[in-house]
Design a protein around this ligand. Sequence first.
Ligand code: AMP
Ligand code: MG
Length: 404
Amino acid sequence: MSGTQVRRMIPVEEAMAQLMEMAEAAPIRERETVLLAAASGRVLADDLVATLDLPPWPNSAMDGYAVCLADWHGEPLTVSQRIFAGQAPEPLAPGTCARIFTGAPIPVGANCVEMQENAVVGEDQRVRFTEPLVTGQNIRPQGQETTVGDVVLEAGTRMGPIELGLAASLGRAELDVVRRVRVAVLSTGDELIEPGQTLGPGQIYNSNRVVLCNWLERLGCEVVDAGILPDNLEKTRSTLGNLGYVDLILSTGGVSVGEADFLGHALREEGELSLWKLAIKPGKPLTVGHYRNVPVIGLPGNPASTLVTFALLARPYLLRRQGVQDVVPLRFKVPAGFSWSRPGDRREYLRGRLEQGQAVYYSNQSSGVLRSAAWADGLIEIREGTTVALGDWLDFIPLSEVLG
Ligand code: AMP
Ligand code: MG
């Protein structure tokens, strides 16, 4: 038999480390050039290197008057030119000032901008200032943000609105990005039917399929919706056999102890299988392996377990396949608005939210209750072997962080 049946519970960090290793062993190497606006959610294939300074020339941070303090002939000053953003100024005539507007280039010779609020224009249209002037004030120097050759974004960065803006400010109309990861979503279970059909005895609607398909799309993956897989070995074999072209088969269900384990059976026959018992709650059972050469991750079927294991393990795996380094979701400390007296042997992720600055959790934390996650804004982490007193600081992982 290939693969292993691990009896002990695997800590979350260890599972994560193994998944990262697997991801790095199968990086997506193909790349494509896309228009800037189409690069949202995609991963940069190359460093984004500045080919110009930002700003490209010194410019005014204020509407006001540009003067030269090195060559000061006293006030009042004659206004020798008006410079709007988008114009190319003349050098500053000695002993004069230039009317200047925000974003306009500083004329050669000027070394200070005074804001218009501190200027008094006389009847003769000449200008006096009400405050002392300081060299360099209100001038945004050339290269203040970036200079030529700076690595502004590293290869492996996921592009969001801000990163797209940086690329645009450097004049990039196209970007080279990593090909999308192709993920097949499989929902296993004889009890499942799709929304829109009439519920028969013993049946439930498939919710994991739409959760995962939508989530994967938000992550920039190419989703192959492989539908419902009945608990049947023949069908499991033929379905898996048709998915040879994907980068990952992501299944839900069929991994509970004692269940007729068709997915596991098929993987053992024509691939490799590890069944992990994770020290995580919800979400203990996880299948990790290969079918022929396609990596497979089997998430537990209970909707809240699917959510937690996808957020904490499968999502980082998929990002790492694309070369993203920064895959661990952001977390921050929040004071507990509850106490917790039963130390667990698994790390628990309560679906919770912040109320008046304190973390509280949904009343029903059953792994079958997806509503807990709809109510929640994040996952409250309770580490194994610990109790919590009111006001203790706990880690909180915002769902907004992991959902996109
Ligand atoms: P399993 O991991 O197959 O034993 O499933 C655990 C629980 O999750 C069972 O109550 C299943 O009915 C339920 N479940 C499995 N797959 C889905 C799904 N795609 N949508 C909703 N519930 C599911
Ligand atoms: Mg099942």
